[in-house]
Design a protein around this ligand. Structure first.
Ligand SMILES: Cc1cc2nc3c(=O)[nH]c(=O)nc-3n(C[C@H](O)[C@H](O)[C@H](O)COP(=O)(O)OP(=O)(O)OC[C@H]3O[C@@H](n4cnc5c(N)ncnc54)[C@H](O)[C@@H]3O)c2cc1C
Length: 363
């Protein structure tokens, strides 16, 4: 059996942030990533000002990311709309671009990348489809996907939340509609986030309860048609979608879950550490912050530092995750979503308050 020290499972933002931070301290980890096509993760592509600061800390020049500038949030509920300025500049960026750049930095810092799928983690043993690896220092960064042996508990009861994504090719009509906004279209048991990315394409990412999708016959395309019929602004935007392929989907997103503790030698990072409801647009900021914090903890105390890191990171994510969960639970109910949009029309500064409260703080 091979030995690796340390070993990073997953090459998304959390895994790469860990590798870059370890590399800067002279350690060369092995990253196991299952996808050859880097950065296909289902994600809204909103990089908040905090996420941009975290990237800056990693030595990634955020000017060169080339993202689409975003300075406003627009919230829709039925025929209602409220608009507010964001507290600071954000960008829309495809995951392909972000993950490729981050992984390139990780490799430049000395990490090695191996394309393989992790099947199972048992103590210090990691089973992959390309053989077994032994490591006393494992960083679990498989994001939205659980690994046998270290899976997160199921959440959402009988009505879990699913993720869906539609990509819309660049076109001037949609560019004029969305402009420099991140749009949140609230509907019964879900929301759709919409923004423009670096190449002018639009990314429409949704979180929706399983029961709502079931009402549309379990077909994402049919759900979008129903939502367009009930939400005029969403209909205007979806008109540019055309008959594309069926949306991408992921099952059961455990919104609100946080790892409160771990065992020695296992650092849980990214979505394997905390899952903030995605309408906050801070999942990637949390992923990068956790990678930096875990790598620093390992530099100081090795694998034995994992439990202390996990408890401290759980405390750091408590407020943003709780506030985002509060907003998500109100937003997925039509009456409270409508009330929230009306309130924002009169007091747009509230959006600023919530935007700040859902960001990951400094250590
Ligand atoms: C609907 C939706 C919209 C979202 N929108 C936003 C947004 O706009 N802004 C934002 O900041 N956050 C958003 N998020 C959250 C964000 O996508 C995640 O928080 C972030 O991707 C977490 O990063 P990560 O590195 O932990 O995991 P991931 O990005 O999921 O990366 C995990 C990596 O591990 C690899 N992997 C998985 N399983 C295995 C395995 N068994 N073996 C080997 N490799 C494996 C994957 O291929 C992937 O490359 C959204 C989430 C959802 C569900």
């Amino acid at each position: 059996m091979r030995r690796s020290h340390p070993l990073i499972l997953g090459g998304g933002p959390a895994g790469s942030a860990t590798a870059i931070t370890l590399g800067r301290n002279g350690t060369q980890p092995l990253i196991i990533e299952r996808q050859r096509l880097i950065g296909n993760a289902l994600c809204g592509g909103f990089l908040s000002w905090r996420t941009l600061q975290q990237l800056d800390r990693l030595g990634i020049n955020t000017e060169e990311l080339g993202g689409h500038a975003i300075d406003h949030v627009r919230v829709f509920a039925g025929k209602l709309m409220a608009s507010a300025q964001l507290p600071a500049a954000a960008i829309g960026l495809s995951r392909h671009r972000l993950d490729t750049i981050m992984l390139d930095h990780a490799l430049a810092a000395g990490a090695t990348l191996e394309i393989a799928t992790v099947r199972n983690v048992e103590g210090a043993s990691v089973v992959t489809d390309c053989g077994n690896i032994e490591s006393d220092d494992i960083f679990l960064a498989t994001g939205k996907y659980d690994v046998r042996g270290e899976a997160r508990p199921k959440s959402g009861g009988n009505d879990p939340t699913l993720g869906l994504r539609v990509r819309i090719a660049p076109n001037s009509g949609l560019t004029a509609l969305i402009g420099s906004s991140i749009e949140l279209h609230m509907f019964d048991r879900g929301y759709a986030g919409l923004l423009l990315q670096e190449d002018g394409s639009a990314n429409l990412c949704m979180a929706v309860r399983k029961s709502r999708l079931a009402e549309a016959g379990g077909k994402p395309g049919a759900l979008l048609t129903e939502l367009a019929a009930a939400n005029p602004a969403l209909a205007d935007r979806l008109a540019w979608w055309g008959a594309g392929p069926e949306p991408d989907a992921i099952a059961s997103v455990p919104y609100g879950w946080r790892a409160l503790d771990t065992r020695s030698g296992l650092f849980r990072i990214g979505d394997q550490a905390a899952v903030i409801p995605s309408l906050a647009g801070e999942g990637m900021g949390i992923a990068i912050a956790s990678g930096i914090a875990a790598a620093k903890a390992w530099n100081m105390g090795g694998g034995a530092a994992a439990p202390q890191y996990q408890r401290s990171f759980a405390a750091r994510t408590k407020r943003p995750v709780a506030v985002a969960r509060f907003l998500w639970e109100r937003g997925e109910q039509p009456w409270s979503a409508g009330f929230a949009v009306r309130t924002l029309q009169f007091a747009p500064s509230l959006a600023n308050l919530f935007a700040q409260a859902t960001r990951i703080g400094d250590q």
